[in-house]
Design a protein around this ligand. Structure first.
Ligand code: C2E
Ligand code: MG
Ligand code: MG
Length: 777
């Protein structure tokens, strides 16, 4: 920019300098011209002055000559002879002759530059008669009257117009003895005058010189180029004019010269103008350079702008490329994120589904088989609820690590969401191999998980479907594998199952039951059965466990293991719980009149989500029924205990403070029972019936049960053993000082009416110290 600015400035400065230079040249030229004009003018003036003085001198000389002639002795002798009356015959003629000679002589000898000064002398008497004439043959053209009019002047010049030309005459009065006697008239040679006045003129001179007198002008010189007729008024007005009087004569010298500027190019104003015009191309050149420079400037600016633009474009381009790269990266990342699970890094549900479709297509094309495995962690929800989401996440990650060990190169493991995994195993058509595969995967979960220094076991349930026999679409294969997995859950978890068509009807059944359960609650189709809890030592019924029953019109008797989870899932558990508490309390209160037995009611951990409400329900039921809180035994499972929710602990403490008894149900099937026994205010624990199932044959189970009982004693807890089905169980339990028990050996859960009968019968039997209750089938 500065560079361009400077370049233009240079041009402008150069133009200004040039303009200054031209102005000064013009000024100097003008001045020079003026001076030259002045000097030429002066030169002309001097020339004219010179002419005038030469003429003056000429006239002076002629005057002198005529003076001398008028007083010459010859003249004097003539007039003396005339005055004396001398006749022509006796001497006057000789006087005239002498006079003639004298005058002729003067004409002949008075010369300038070998030119005669006088053309003619004429001596005239006062009466006008010619006395002597050097040109006697020519007419005199002298008017004596006119001469006499000038008689006061001794000598004078006059111009006379003759026929051929005009003449200049010098007239001298001749005196004799002081008296005028005649006139001597000298006609001057005009050529001599002409030469005097044009000595410095040439044919090329453009000038006009006039000698003017009172009697009319006497034209003397006119430049041939400016003939009289051709001189215009304009020319005369422009011409340099001098007018000088010739001293002592009646003449005035008028002269006109061509203006000096016409003479030389250098003095002409056209020269200055020409010089000025010279500046035009120079200025035009400068303007051209300026314009070119400006054009260059524009061009350069455009080039600069285009360079800038180019730079900008290339940087934008670079940015764009970077942006595209970033986008690609983020798209890759996004597509990875869209197709992968953030927690485990496994392909997610949609990607898993896509891959399943691909494998189905492949299997279809290759006419091969495909195994779809639906893997679900058992009780994962409880882990999340009880140990928290961090623990849940850790379990999922560790589970992923374990599952990855089973993945073959062609297999695909993906996480469908939550605790569900999908395993796709292509080209697996042998059911035995599939089973082995499933077993191996189950074994991966034999090892405990560790979280916060706590060890716990997480099993899995595997449902399997096969292409093409179990379905030919992703939806079908997944739904069927899911169903198979669900059936495993139903059957107690920690196992695998292949899909079969029955499962579909189970699912349908579940769906139907869900709807029917609501209806059942509204129509009071639910009923509580009661199973006696026995003092094993005395076989006396000391309590009853309320177990819910649902006898559906269509499906018949539905076990609580089926509808309780259903109710937990759809939220109906709260209504079921409310019904159980109220009915059981009222029933127990009623039975108090027969025997002081306690009532055990099962509570789902889901019911503890609304502790306040639950507490109000319990308190209200106790109040309404009038049952003593000490006779209410609340059974909760270990699952609830993992949840360190303050509300739960507060509720348990409040119930305990009220006098309500707390029992931990299904002891031994949960995660880590022992530590919670100390933390929570339990009164009793129930050993899960699974421990008693094989106790007769299994020494380890016997030892375990023995240990549990010992531990409970140490913690000051009473123990109830579930699932007593044979006398051996009672004997064993008695031997390890397990106080209480319940089981089919004594009675199945029965309706209240029947329980009442049992109670009465038991009262009587135990009063007589009869053996244990009969088995009620
Ligand atoms: P639970 O609380 O452990 O109940 C004992 C279960 O063992 C009962 O099954 C009972 O019939 C069964 N049982 C007792 N003695 C024996 C025996 O000698 N042999 C065998 N094979 N089984 C025996 P039921 O009634 O099917 O109840 C199953 C579970 O359903 C209960 O297990 C309890 O967890 C739940 N449940 C039942 N009623 C309710 C209820 O009103 N509320 C809640 N939340 N859960 C309930
Ligand atoms: Mg129970
Ligand atoms: Mg139980």
């Amino acid at each position: 920019m500065i560079k361009n600015f400077t370049r233009n400035t240079y041009i402008i400065v150069a133009a200004l300098l040039l303009a200054g230079y031209l102005v000064s040249i013009l000024a100097v030229t003008n001045l020079g011209q003026t001076r030259l004009n002045e000097s030429l003018h002066r030169e002309l003036e001097l020339k004219v002055e010179n002419y005038a003085s030469a003429l003056e001198y000429f006239f002076y000389v002629t005057n002198e000559d005529i003076n001398t002639l008028s007083q010459t002795p010859v003249m004097h002798a003539f007039f003396a002879n005339l005055a004396s009356g001398m006749s022509m015959k006796y001497g006057l003629a000789s006087s005239i002759l002498a006079l003639d000679r004298k005058l002729a002589y003067t004409i002949k000898n008075k010369t300038i530059n070998q030119q005669k000064i006088y053309d003619r002398f004429t001596l005239i008497s006062l009466d006008g008669s010619v006395i002597s004439d050097t040109s006697p043959n020519s007419a005199t053209n002298i008017d004596i009257q006119e001469l006499n009019n000038h008689s006061t002047r001794p000598a004078f010049f006059r111009t006379v117009d003759s026929v051929s030309s005009n003449e200049i005459q010098l007239v001298k009065m001749v005196l004799y003895s002081g008296t005028p006697t005649g006139y001597l008239v000298a006609t001057l040679n005009k050529k001599v005058i002409f030469e005097q006045l044009t000595s410095q003129e040439s044919e090329q001179s453009k000038s006009r010189i006039e000698l003017l007198s009172n009697y009319g002008h006497s034209f003397l010189w006119n430049s041939p180029l400016n003939s009289d007729t051709l001189i215009t008024k304009q020319q005369l007005a422009e011409a340099i004019n001098f007018s000088l009087p010739i001293k002592n004569t009646p003449f005035v010298l008028n002269s006109w010269f061509e203006p000096v500027e016409h003479k030389s190019v250098l003095t002409s104003s056209w020269f200055t103008l020409g010089l000025s015009f010279l500046a035009i191309p120079v200025f035009a050149g400068l303007i051209y350079i300026f314009v070119i420079n400006n054009a260059n400037l524009v061009l350069r600016t455009k080039i600069d702008a285009s360079r800038k633009q180019q730079g900008l474009l290339s940087s934008k381009n670079k940015q764009l490329i970077e942006e595209i790269e970033k986008r690609k990266e983020s798209e890759l990342k996004l597509s990875y994120q869209a197709s992968h699970d953030a927690l485990t890094g496994l392909p997610n549900r949609s990607y898993g589904n896509q891959r399943l479709q691909v494998e189905i297509d492949k299997a279809n094309y290759n006419n091969s088989n495909l195994l779809v495995m639906f893997i679900d962690l058992d009780n994962f929800k409880q882990i999340n609820d009880t140990l928290g989401h961090l623990a849940g996440d850790e379990v999922l990650k560790q589970s992923t690590d374990r599952l990855i060990n089973a993945v073959g190169s062609k297999d695909l493991l993906s996480r469908l969401g939550g605790d569900e995994f999908l395993f796709i195993i292509p080209e697996l058509d042998n059911q035995e191999v599939s089973k082995k595969y499933a077993e191996e995967i189950l074994k991966l979960f034999d090892e405990p998980f560790v979280w916060n220094n706590q060890k716990f076991f997480v099993s899995i349930s595997i449902g399997m479907s096969r292409y093409p026999q179990d379905g030919n679409s992703t939806q079908q294969l997944l739904a069927n594998a899911d169903m198979a997995m669900y059936s495993v859950k139903q059957d107690g978890r920690n196992a695998y199952s292949f899909y079969n068509t029955e499962m579909s009807s189970n699912v349908q059944r579940n769906l139907n039951l869900d709807g029917r359960l609501r209806y059942a609650i509204a129509n009071q189709e639910l009923e509580l059965y009661y199973q006696p809890i026995i003092d094993l030592e005395s076989s006396k019924i000391i309590g009853a466990e309320a177990l819910m029953r649902w006898n559906d019109n269509e499906y018949g008797m539905i076990p609580p293991d089926e509808f309780i989870p259903l109710a937990e899932g759809n939220g109906l558990i709260h209504q079921l719980g409310e019904f159980a508490i109220m009915s059981a309390c009222q029933q127990a209160a009623q039975w108090q009149s027969i025997a002081p037995l306690s009532i055990s009611i099962n509570f789902s951990s889901v019911q503890f989500r609304y502790c306040e409400k639950l507490f109000t329900q319990i308190r209200y039921s106790l109040m309404k029924s009038g049952l003593k809180p000490e006779l209410l035994d609340i059974e909760i499972t270990e699952n609830l205990l993992f949840n360190h929710n303050e509300d739960v602990i507060n509720l348990l403490n409040k119930l305990r403070t009220m006098g309500v008894r707390l029992t931990i149900d299904d002891f031994g099937t949960g995660y880590s029972a022992l530590s919670y026994l100390q933390k929570f205010p339990f009164d009793q624990l129930k050993i899960d019936r699974s421990f008693l199932m094989n106790i007769r044959k299994n020494k380890a189970d016997r030892e375990l049960v023995t240990a549990i009982v010992a531990m409970a004693k140490a913690l000051n807890l009473s123990v109830v053993a579930e699932g007593i089905e044979e006398q051996w169980h009672t004997n064993f339990l008695n031997s390890i000082h397990c106080e209480f028990g319940q089981g089919f050996l004594y009675s199945k859960p029965v309706p209240a009416v029947e329980f009442e009968k049992l109670l009465i019968a038991n009262l009587e039997e135990t009063r007589d110290h009869q053996p244990a209750l009969n088995i009620v089938k």
